[in-house]
Design a protein around this ligand. Structure first.
Ligand code: MRU
Length: 374
């Protein structure tokens, strides 16, 4: 492959991020029982919700009780898994079962439109539905596939974090400790493992290479101050929260070594959709000469899009902007536009850091083409 020199993969040291005791768990899945942490209650209370099937999974994803592209994919898949496991929806007639599963997949996918992980994961079940198979075998194969989504995430996330950590450290030879900036929440609360951008930041800290992380509060829904602050405090990671509008001033006055973000939907040319405000950070990075890195699992790559044009941008209800904790912070009838994501053009991206290597945007497509289908 022509871009092989850009790949940083390699053996991960055994003790790399081996201590999970200081990690907040977004999801508990044991003996076929699924529970998810209600993230809307954070930081005030720490409660898990039972997920007994597709309807429960849809509700927690739509309401953003669980959120973060890789996590919603896992919760969608495990929601379908526990429903199939209960056996209550399996009809005697094979065609009916296939139709029902397809309907449930479409329903789950409709919960949040921008993050491609959910679509990628659930769509990977569809080829199984097209095979001639007795019902019991088919149901077992579907469940196996759904479980794989969960199991593979942990393994691929570890490689992603290692690759991202190596890239950031090797871009700053001779610098012992780094100052970084991030947006939204991309940690264990957005995945079932360490996280994407925040996972790499946790690795910098664990390896003694982090001076400080500036975390944007991330209006309108405050995932930065509610969730990232909770994770970093819990993990003992040095950080400061800033408002989104402070980012330029911080970049001008503080030495920021890198900006690391997540991504919900990455086109083959590297254009990356992520939480609203990410594009602004990339523009600021260009101006201040700071490297800008989306940290992206393969599951967030959209193989059907050459560019970011046309990525569906989710619009959230106006109250998510107009209210904080149920209290209006502006006149109730204020007209609001509330897009939840923006698209950072590839030319503002230094490298896309992935579990299969780190690539300049121009090399991403060729690398993706070497991967197996999802
Ligand atoms: O609206 P959210 O909270 O689901 O948005 C989350 C993000 O934008 C993350 O950066 C993204 O999902 C990728 S990182 C795991």
């Amino acid at each position: 492959m022509s871009c092989s020199t850009e790949i940083v993969n390699g053996p991960i040291p055994k003790n790399f991020l081996s201590d999970t005791s200081k990690r907040l768990d977004s999801l508990l899945f044991k003996d076929g029982c699924l529970q998810v942490l209600d993230q809307l209650l954070l930081p005030h209370s720490f409660e898990y919700i039972d997920i007994r099937g597709v309807e429960d999974a849809f509700k927690v994803i739509k309401s953003m009780q669980v959120r973060g592209a890789p996590l919603i994919a896992t919760v969608g898949c495990l929601g379908l898994f526990v429903e199939l496991e209960s056996g209550k929806d399996i009809e005697k007639d094979g065609q009916d079962f296939r139709k029902q599963v397809l309907k449930k997949i479409e329903y789950l996918i409709s919960s949040r439109p921008t993050a491609v992980d959910l679509r990628n994961a659930l769509n990977s079940v569809i080829p199984l539905l097209e095979k001639e198979e007795d019902l019991k075998t088919l149901a077992e194969k579907i469940k196996k596939r759904l479980l794989e989504v969960y199991e593979k995430e942990t393994v691929e996330n570890r490689q992603l974090v290692w690759n991202a950590y190596q890239e950031v450290v090797s871009a700053h030879p001779g610098k012992e400790k780094l100052k970084v900036m991030t947006i939204c929440n991309t940690g264990s609360l957005a995945t079932c493992s360490w996280g994407t951008a925040l996972g790499a930041i946790r690795a910098l800290h664990a390896e003694g290479r982090l001076e400080l992380v500036y975390a944007l509060e991330t209006r309108p829904y405050n995932q930065g101050i509610r969730l990232t602050a909770s994770e970093l405090l819990h993990g003992g990671v040095p950080f400061k929260v800033i408002t989104d509008s402070m980012a330029a001033w911080v970049m001008k006055n503080e030495r920021i070594d890198a900006v690391l973000t997540g991504a919900d939907n990455v086109a083959l040319n590297g254009d990356s959709a992520n939480k609203i405000g990410t594009y602004m950070l990339a523009v600021l990075c260009k101006h201040h000469g700071v490297p800008f890195y989306p940290v992206v699992p393969r599951t967030s790559i959209n193989r059907s899009r050459e560019t970011g044009d046309g990525i569906i941008i989710e619009e959230r209800p106006s109250n998510e902007l107009l209210q904080i904790n149920g209290q209006f912070i502006g006149p109730e009838k204020t007209p609001v536009w509330n897009p939840a994501f923006d698209v950072t053009p590839a030319d503002l991206i230094t490298k896309v850091l992935t579990d299969f290597g780190n690539f300049e945007p121009k090399s991403l497509k060729a690398a993706v083409e070497t991967l197996d289908s999802y």
